[in-house]
Design a binder for this molecule. Structure first.
Ligand SMILES: Cc1cc2nc3c(=O)[nH]c(=O)nc-3n(C[C@H](O)[C@H](O)[C@H](O)COP(=O)(O)O)c2cc1C
Length: 350
């Protein structure tokens, strides 16, 4: 009851204020976490990146930018948490307002521009509160960076010994020219440098690449070839979109920034299917974009994702979202005749 009142108030508040209050509640265990204690089924288990994920549902990057609440997230039924995007130096991001709800469409537009406490402070926070679950760190360059590649390498070196995977974010639409890194020559240079750096560090932390949904089929082929060639451990598909479907009705639809949530669902599924048709079982896909319930989760798995991430439905549905999806997924597996979730991966692509 108290939680429902809090949730209603949060949905009416300014989105960034609501987010910082949610972070405070989670950080201080203000929510009755025991109510959300997770019960996951063996049928949902996924073995990837050298780990066993007891739920396929992860928290997407952007929610816990500065590594404040990941240990609460595991208690809410999430199988993993990705913090960040973290930049080498602290930066405040773009001027406010920069986050907009599209409530009628169950979407969000953000143009945050990587506000980050910077890698030094974030690592201190992690060291004071060791992760109790599977823990990824999403890294990106500073806005004023002279060399974006150098920024990724610095963060990689700084974080590679304190997480289960590193996610290279080249796909935020809110950092000028960041998405240029999808170009064949640029991504080749970036991934070669990352692999070389790991070799010199003698480090084997899995490397994931987070990709934009706003790319051409030709670019999907190029990126896939480089991902295979460089033995990248996984891809996160997708970040937010700068496109606006004509069906979107919310007043905020013309705000500049990346759109997430329900309007991104089909767009990201199409991209997942296209990558899956090339990468198949060689490189696992983490699917993000409009996952809100068991149906949408299973559709993404059938499109080719082995794991999932969500952000926007946490905002609209509340902290029980992962547990709800886990339960619904289990029922759906049974009703659709799948023994385990693994059996459903890519089934809509065959
Ligand atoms: C407010 C907001 C901030 C975000 N910040 C980041 C970020 O810092 N780094 C990143 O890789 N993705 C970021 N994302 C994108 C999400 O991680 C995710 O890829 C996208 O929102 C699609 O998932 P969803 O539809 O479940 O929200 C952000 C999304 C939102 C809504």
């Amino acid at each position: 009851m108290i939680y429902q009142i809090i949730n209603t108030l949060l949905k009416k508040a300014d989105p960034e204020l609501a987010h910082s209050l949610a972070i405070k509640f989670l950080k201080n265990n203000f929510l009755p976490l025991q109510l959300f204690t997770s019960k996951t089924s063996k049928k949902l288990e996924m073995n990837l990146l050298g780990k066993t994920f007891n739920s396929p549902v992860g928290l997407a990057a952007g929610f816990d930018k500065n590594a404040e609440i990941y240990n609460s997230i595991y208690k809410l039924g999430f199988g993993f948490a990705e913090i960040g995007t973290v930049t080498p130096l602290p930066q405040s991001g773009n001027p406010k307002p920069r986050v907009f709800r599209l409530s009628e469409d169950k979407g969000i537009i953000n143009r945050l521009g990587f506000p980050s406490e910077g890698m030094v402070k974030v690592k201190e926070t992690i060291q004071q509160n060791k992760p109790t679950g599977i823990f990824g760190i999403n890294i990106g360059p500073n806005k004023e960076s002279i060399s974006k590649i150098e920024d990724y390498l610095q963060c990689l070196e700084y974080f590679c010994d304190c997480c289960d995977y590193i996610c290279i974010n080249i796909s935020s639409p809110n950092t000028p020219n960041l998405r240029d890194l999808h170009e064949k020559n640029k991504i080749e240079e970036l991934l070669t440098s990352i692999k070389l750096k790991q070799k010199t560090l003698n480090n084997k932390t899995p490397i994931l690449l987070k990709i934009s949904p706003d790319i051409s089929d030709a670019n999907i082929s190029e990126l896939s070839a480089i991902i295979l060639q460089q033995k990248i451990d996984g891809v996160v598909l997708t970040n937010t979109t700068i496109t606006r479907n004509k069906d979107i009705i919310s007043l905020n639809k013309n705000e500049v920034g990346g759109l997430s949530g329900k309007p991104l669902f089909d767009v990201s599924n199409e991209i997942i299917k296209k990558f899956y048709s090339i990468l198949k079982n060689q490189v696992p896909i983490i699917g993000a974009g409009g996952v809100t319930d068991g149906q949408t989760a299973l559709a993404k798995i059938k499109s080719g994702a082995s794991l999932l991430q969500l952000y926007t439905s946490f905002v609209y549905e509340g902290p029980y979202i992962a547990n709800k999806i886990n339960g619904e997924l289990e029922d759906l597996l049974q009703s659709e005749g799948y023994e385990t979730l693994k059996d459903a991966v890519g089934k809509d692509c065959i």
